[in-house]
Design a protein around this ligand. Structure first.
Ligand code: HEC
Length: 245
């Protein structure tokens, strides 16, 4: 029984997010049942990310079904590059060009919410700040020397880093980023931008696992079944061993 409890605990504990440099992750609220949020997130993703990043594992048709949007509306509002509704989300930029422009290839984002975690993504998207030493004029608190431009600058505006002094063990003083603050406002205020990013991360979490909606419902049924079977096997075992003892 002890082993079973440990296995269950491991299965259900979500991974703990950690970040380098002591930057605290801000938490995104993930709600895969909130279709309105997922729809808004899809719009941001298509408009602001899909020009560089693909999401090959998600088909437009699947997204239409899961998010409750008609295929016609998806084709009209969310597809721009002449793809078919049964295609995955690809991009038309060639990898070679991407490398020339950005130094690295923008990775496919299908599974990014699983590898990085939603809180990391949320903090990353809000973490761009002015840094004139970088090719695109920005850096990122979670991803130092990031090769991605601040593509959301028209919404968020530009942030600057505010530093604080930290005394190290040997007595020397180091400047580290304390927090970011808006230096040039964008079209959204801070609250609106937070909400937009939460919607976007919610969509990316969905993207990583369209089957999750279905699985969450199935999960409890499966668990109940396993527990029932455990009982049955226990009784069977008792029955078999009865004569041997
Ligand atoms: C102009 C092209 C471009 C656009 C548009 C763009 N990105 Fe990026 N992105 C990049 C590049 C290039 C990298 C690789 C950065 C590196 O490795 O230094 C990157 C990296 C990332 C990473 C980090 C991946 C990792 O290594 O874990 C995430 C997450 C990400 N982008 C999300 C987004 C999201 C979400 C959007 C839409 C809001 C977006 N990007 C829009 C070019 C872009």
């Amino acid at each position: 029984m002890k082993k079973l409890i440990i296995v269950l605990l491991v299965l259900f504990s979500s991974h703990v997010a950690a970040s380098p440099g002591g930057i605290e992750l801000q938490s995104a609220k993930i709600d895969l049942d909130n279709k309105a949020s997922l729809q808004r997130g899809a719009k941001y993703f298509v408009n602001y990310c899909l020009s560089c990043h693909s999401a090959k594992q998600l088909r437009y048709s699947r997204m239409a079904e899961d998010l409750g949007i008609s295929p016609e509306l998806v084709e009209l509002n969310l597809m721009f590059t002449g793809e078919k509704i049964f295609d995955g989300m690809t991009i038309s930029m060639r990898p070679k060009d991407a490398e020339k422009w950005f130094g690295v290839n923008p990775p496919d984002l299908s599974l990014i919410a699983r590898s990085r975690g939603p809180d990391w993504l949320y903090t990353y998207l809000k973490g761009f700040y002015i840094d004139d030493s970088r090719p695109f004029g920005v850096n990122n608190v979670l991803f130092p020397k990031v090769g991605m431009p601040h593509v959301l600058a028209d919404l968020q505006g530009l942030q600057k880093a505010v530093y604080k002094d930290v005394k190290l063990k040997d007595g020397s003083i180091r400047k580290v980023i304390d927090h970011l603050e808006i230096a040039e406002p964008g079209r959204m205020n801070e609250r609106e931008f937070d909400k937009a990013m939460n919607d976007l991360v919610n969509f990316m979490a969905y993207m990583g696992e369209p089957a999750k909606l279905e699985r969450q419902r199935l999960g409890w049924k499966v668990l109940l079944f396993i527990l029932l079977m455990l009982g049955v096997f226990h009784l069977l075992k008792k029955e078999y061993w009865k004569d041997i003892h």
